[in-house]
Design a protein around this ligand. Structure first.
Ligand code: KIV
Length: 269
């Protein structure tokens, strides 16, 4: 899958996008026929033990993106650019985004977007780096805005629509809308020709994205707009407790898990 294929899919069958941070998860996500795999900077709080996404580095994103890309055959692999790897200096931003394609084998990058990413999106797409924009709640700005719903008043809704149009004109191939009212999700979807991918943005977007840990039930908490389709956390806890109990009771390793070499007996006498 290429970014240009996604660009043409607005209004068709709903697009699917899920995060993945490692090779085994990416393999399962890809096999399920998901259109886009996002190596989200949510890897920071979901897998690396950080309190938020802010400490995630370019190196960490490149490593996780490469693992996902190695295990993905069909879906578009999108590397989420971490906090301050773009937006301060365009030369650095081009280098960091370029690394995701050159070294980590991503197909595209995602930028948490605002007025400061319009020109950068233009520059990156000119250079051949496909860009997915991200509007609404942008968690990298949590110290400034908090982790709240966005686009809830007329001014901020108008800003979101305007930014979606400016990023489309700058060459973005799609736009993620996070935690905005469903009617704003619908208005943005009508206003742009590129696909809108919603997360907590209602049913009118051209596609949906969720965090895989929430979908499979591995995350401790689930966002109010998300849904668990499994209980991987419960299954992991059962398996791990099962192992600990079996070792403590002397049931593991059993006969079938051990082997002896008769000729070695002499060494131990
Ligand atoms: O990092 C992430 O997981 C994301 C999604 C929530 C869109 O940006």
């Amino acid at each position: 899958m290429r970014a240009k294929d996604i660009r043409g899919k607005a209004g068709a069958q709903p697009l699917t996008m899920l995060t993945a941070y490692d090779a085994p998860t990416a393999e399962l996500v890809d096999a399920a026929g998901v259109d886009m795999v996002l190596v989200g900077d949510s890897v920071g709080n979901l897998r690396l033990g950080y309190e938020s996404t802010l400490p995630v580095t370019v190196e960490e994103m490149a490593s996780h993106t490469a693992a996902v890309a190695r295990a993905t055959d069909d879906a578009l692999v999108i590397a989420d650019m971490p906090f301050l790897s773009y937006g301060a200096d365009d030369g650095d931003a081009v280098e960091h985004c370029g690394r995701m394609l050159k070294e980590a084998d991503a197909d595209a990058v995602k930028l948490e977007s605002g007025p400061h990413t319009v020109e950068l999106t233009d520059r990156l797409t000119d250079l051949g780096i496909p860009v997915q924009a991200h509007l609404g709640l942008t968690p990298q700005r949590e110290n400034e805005t908090g982790l709240f719903r966005q686009g809830t008043d007329a001014d901020s809704a108008r800003r979101t629509i305007d930014l979606a149009e400016r990023h489309e004109n700058a060459g973005a191939f799609s736009v993620v809308l996070e935690h905005v009212p469903a009617n704003l999700g619908e208005t943005v979807t009508d206003a742009v020709d590129i696909p809108t991918i919603g997360i907590g943005a209602g049913p009118h977007c051209d596609g949906q994205v969720l965090v895989v840990d929430e979908v499979v039930g591995l995350a401790e908490d689930t966002a109010p707009f998300s849904r668990s389709f499994g209980d991987v956390r419960g299954e992991m806890a059962d398996a791990i407790e099962g192992y600990v109990g079996a070792v403590e009771r002397g049931e593991f390793p059993a006969d079938e898990h051990r082997h002896y070499e008769d000729e070695l007996d002499d060494i131990y006498q």
